[in-house]
Write a protein that binds this ligand. Structure first.
Ligand code: SAM
Ligand code: SF4
Length: 324
């Protein structure tokens, strides 16, 4: 429980700040951070944090990045994590480009769910947003469905004038494959430049756009995973669409249940707040888990009431390092 009575039982762990794509909203142009040799937590260190966290009541874990599937020992991390007492769920967030080969091994290792970023179906639009090849992602999604994960979700970040024309095709794709789609408001996480009045699109606007095509039936009881999406059933297409309005929903943080661990071993109580607590030194120099537990507790107590994205937040490190 944090200071505001919220139960925090979900830890999102960035296993790497490296990525094989370069999404407009995530990687700042000219980013030089990857020129440095990474000093990421090792698999053993990540599993130690997860073990201590599970002992404190954390139940859900998500491995993210950067792109977690570029990390060669990811399946070992998943296998080790799912075996820890108290761990009820391990999910993966991925851009999907490497999922075709890795979906089955990750499922076999015990991963329960996979969230795949898919901002567009049109290859040209997808390439413009991410620098990648949408065909690889579609193959990855099909492999994830074939591997029978408990749930495969699709995520798209809303950007006016960039992928708004892709929203309806994404809904149809999601309906055709029976996969939930989440539409996410753009946040100024990595850089403020990306978020302008011109390209910001609220979830309300996306809903208005979908209402021109179908009827949206609210599903307040749907809990598809552990995230903050508000879900709707589209009456005629049968699509399940979730909306994540971190910027426009003023109650967004009231139900926050998560904390983050960055790729370089900092505990980050809130995505939209610079507060971080270094864990890496302690992991490397303190053999006793009590010191790790104490830092996790401190981080929990420092969790702010809400994010500062609507205020004067100035990004200082990229989303890939923090872990989305
Ligand atoms: N590489 C993986 C992926 O793309 O799914 C995992 C890491 S990525 C940082 C996690 C999620 O954060 C993705 O769904 C991505 O779309 C989202 N994200 C990144 N930057 C964002 C931003 N500025 N605003 C909103 N969502 C963002
Ligand atoms: Fe890479 Fe994911 Fe960020 Fe895109 S959103 S640059 S795929 S980490």
């Amino acid at each position: 429980m944090d200071h505001f009575g919220r139960t925090i039982d979900y830890l999102r762990i960035s296993v790497t700040d490296r990525c094989n794509e370069r999404c407009l909203y995530c990687m700042p142009e000219g980013y030089k951070g990857w020129e440095r040799k990474p000093d990421h937590l090792t698999a053993e260190e990540i599993l130690r944090v997860a073990r201590v966290a599970a002992g404190m009541g954390f139940r859900k874990f998500r491995l993210t990045g950067g792109e977690p599937l570029v990390r060669a020992d990811l399946t070992n991390i998943v296998r080790g994590m799912t075996a820890l007492p108290g761990v009820e769920h391990v999910g993966i967030s991925t851009n999907g480009t490497k999922l075709a080969a890795l979906a089955q091994p990750l499922r076999d290792a015990g991963a329960g769910t996979v969230n795949v970023s898919l901002d567009a179906l049109d290859p040209e639009v997808y390439g413009r947003v991410t620098g990648g090849d949408v065909k690889q992602v579609i193959a990855g999604i099909r492999a994830a469905v074939a591997a029978k994960f408990e749930c495969v979700k699709l995520n798209a970040v809303l950007m006016r004038g960039v992928n708004e024309g892709e929203i309806w095709p994404l809904v149809l794709f999601a309906a055709e494959h029976g996969l939930p789609l989440r539409l996410i408001e753009l946040m100024p996480i990595t850089t403020t430049d990306v978020l302008t009045e011109k390209n910001f699109m609220s979830v309300e606007e996306a809903m208005a756009l979908l209402r021109q095509k179908d009827e949206l039936i609210p599903q307040p009881d749907w809990r598809l995973g552990f995230g903050p999406a508000k879900y709707y059933l589209l009456k005629h297409t049968g699509a399940r669409v979730g909306f994540i309005g971190a910027m426009t929903n003023l109650h967004f943080c009231e139900t926050c249940n998560k904390m983050r661990l960055t790729a370089d071993g900092k505990l980050r109580p809130c995505l939209g707040d610079h507060g971080e607590i270094d864990l890496r030194d302690t992991l490397r120099h303190a053999p006793d888990d009590a010191a790790v537990r104490s830092l996790l507790q401190t981080a929990l107590q420092r969790k702010p009431l809400e994010h500062s994205f609507r205020g004067s937040y100035q990004p200082c490190r990229p989303m890939t390092a923090i872990g989305g």
